[in-house]
Design a protein around this ligand. Structure first.
Ligand SMILES: C[S@@+](CC[C@H](N)C(=O)[O-])C[C@H]1O[C@@H](n2cnc3c(N)ncnc32)[C@H](O)[C@@H]1O
Length: 230
């Protein structure tokens, strides 16, 4: 297992080409990103895509108030982008997921996976979650949670493109939530960090899903782009 990873997505023309291929087939009207960070990484790919394929709206979710404010500044010139401050998933579901994740508890034989906070990844990911969702119960300091479940149903029929790139300990949970919210509808998915505990298992699920067509992937750069047909 490797124990460190980078924050921003790779600068990759191969990734750009895969996303363009996805947009051409999917014709998304909406993009949703988890993990805005400063808005200068994956969000910029979505902005390029939106300009070229007439995508109306990009929602991007960031749980850190400071990073959310920074991203709002960095993205202010793009009216299609709406920065949402909060947790993509339900707070309690996130805690339960991390505490019971067999991959963190047992750390099996998966090849060359990045995993943070060794030798205590459960503790580390929980501390990260607690830091991220801290606050004192005041709506000014406590981020809202469950944003994916709140917003996705209103545009699930508009062929959304999801970019999932938030916390390492929550990737699979986010992916499962997206799959369940989208049901039989058509959508696109861009997973970042598929060589990480974050989305390694999401990648395996996409690869064996008969509805999903992988349009590009690069294990070294750690991404996968797929079309999920309704
Ligand atoms: C790997 S970074 C994202 C990098 C960004 N996509 C880029 O390419 O520059 C992960 C970000 O997700 C945020 N985050 C972590 N868990 C989150 C969650 N459940 N919901 C929303 N944001 C989250 C972190 O604060 C961090 O800024």
């Amino acid at each position: 297992m490797k124990s460190a990873t980078r924050i921003q997505v790779h600068d990759s023309n191969e990734l750009r080409a895969a996303l363009a291929a996805l947009a051409e087939r999917l014709l998304p009207e909406v993009c949703v990103e988890t993990g805005t960070h400063t808005g200068l990484g994956s969000t910029q790919y979505l902005i390029e895509l939106a300009a070229r394929y007439f995508i109306e709206k990009i929602y991007t979710i960031e749980v850190s108030k400071t990073l959310h404010e920074t991203a709002r500044g960095n993205l202010a010139q793009f009216p299609a982008v709406e920065c949402l401050w909060g947790l993509s998933v339900d707070r309690e579901a996130a805690r339960t997921f991390i505490q019971s994740d067999p991959l963190l508890l047992e750390r099996g034989p998966e090849p060359d996976l990045y995993i943070d906070f060794l030798p205590d990844p459960v503790g580390g990911y929980l501390r990260e979650l607690d830091g991220a969702v801290g606050g004192d119960g005041d709506s000014e300091t406590t981020p809202r949670d469950g944003i994916l479940s709140e917003i996705v149903p209103s545009f699930s029929s508009r062929r959304p493109l999801f970019c999932l790139d938030s916390a390492g300990g929550l990737g699979l949970l986010e992916f499962e939530i997206v799959r369940s919210l989208m049901g039989e509808a058509t959508y696109g998915i861009w997973l970042d960090d598929v060589n990480h505990v974050k989305h390694y298992r999401s990648m395996l699920l996409v690869q064996k899903d008969p509805r999903a067509e992988v349009l590009g992937s690069n294990m070294e750069e750690g991404w996968l782009v797929a079309l999920c047909n309704g």
